[in-house]
Design a protein around this ligand. Sequence first.
Ligand code: F6P
Length: 195
Amino acid sequence: PRPILLTRHGESRDNVGGRIGGDTVLSDAGEIYAKKLANFVEKRLESEKAASIWTSTLQRTIITASPIIGFPKIQWRALDEINAGVCDGMTYEEIKKNMPEEYEARKKDKLRYRYPRGESYLDVIQRLEPVIIELERQRAPVVVISHQAVLRALYAYFADRPLKEIPYIEYRSRTLACHRRRVIAPETGTIESPK
Ligand code: F6P
């Protein structure tokens, strides 16, 4: 079957600082991942002339895709990370300290909790519908380079995981999930499965 490969962007500078959201570039480790991913994708999809690379509109996914040569790249706003609204750019500790009610509300119901002036997981799941429809229609392989919350939702769709689990799926950096098959980590070359 035609693979749909799902991966997070390489580590960003905000990831290093523990800040959510934002639109920073990659850390050195993130740049290394981007190169490994490019090697992996170019080898794996060598004979797949019609394959394409889908990213969000945020720098960290576009930069992660940039070393991949030979395939068209498409940017989707619907693949952007969950919008953390007024909490964008904060660390979880800062939210806990400065906005304890928000922090507790999210902890209680992470699936439904909507950041003030931002989104909930349910909002993200809804906006992904057109992307999922397009993914299902593709005849050629697609590499999706996106973000933690978005990939949790996409992975859950393809792996038939229940809605309530989505916000807690462990979607590790540097792993690549392969739709309806095994999961491969370009970082190590080992085969793993996101929990
Ligand atoms: O920390 C990286 C990140 O992609 C943030 O930008 C985003 O808010 C967060 O992960 C989503 O994960 P969680 O829903 O567990 O906070």
